[in-house]
Design a protein around this ligand. Structure first.
Ligand SMILES: Cc1cc2nc3c(=O)[nH]c(=O)nc-3n(C[C@H](O)[C@H](O)[C@H](O)COP(=O)(O)O)c2cc1C
Length: 149
């Protein structure tokens, strides 16, 4: 089974830490939405990983999924955010559903956030993602492929 994680993580690299921890343990391809060619057809399972801005996954990854996600793929979602209360996957799910992609699971955790007023107080969630949260992302992926394969 071939897996790729397409990610966007420009604020503090919070989401990238989760993706890299998965890559360290598993044979997956990481694709940076800003730097890499996005060719997803060859993958059986595709992760979409992003920080959150204004209640959604980042703009470029939302656009890449709209334009480049093939039909009918198995997908999982990973995100980091300032406040993990609300569900920030609604918009990306809508796009995925229009392409008949199946969302198999979601992992989210807090990420260091210095946007706007939080900068004045040294930022929010300074220690996040924590080693436990990073481990949690790896366990999430391992469990997902364990169930599916
Ligand atoms: C412009 C901007 C807008 C943000 N909007 C939200 C938001 O609506 N909700 C939230 O919980 N976090 C928000 N955040 C916090 C980021 O989602 C959080 O810091 C995330 O971990 C950044 O991920 P990254 O380092 O992988 O880019 C925002 C951050 C920025 C820079």
């Amino acid at each position: 089974m071939k897996t790729a994680i397409l990610y966007e993580s420009w604020h503090h690299g919070n989401t990238k830490k989760l993706c890299e921890a998965i890559k360290k343990e598993q044979d997956i391809t990481l694709l940076n939405v800003k730097e890499d060619d996005i060719a997803l057809e060859e993958y059986d399972l595709i992760g979409i990983a992003s920080g959150v801005a204004f209640g959604k996954f980042y703009k470029e990854i939302e656009q890449a999924v709209r334009e480049k996600m093939p039909e009918g793929k198995k997908v999982f979602l990973i995100y980091t955010c300032g406040n993990p209360g609300p569900d920030f996957t609604k918009s990306i799910r809508k796009t995925l559903s229009s392409k008949n992609c199946d969302v198999l699971g979601v992992y989210r955790c807090k990420g260091y956030d210095t946007y706007g007023p939080f900068k004045l107080v040294g930022g929010l969630n300074k220690e996040h993602p924590t080693p436990e949260e990073i481990r949690g992302a790896v366990d999430f992926y391992n469990e997902l492929i364990g169930k599916w394969s």
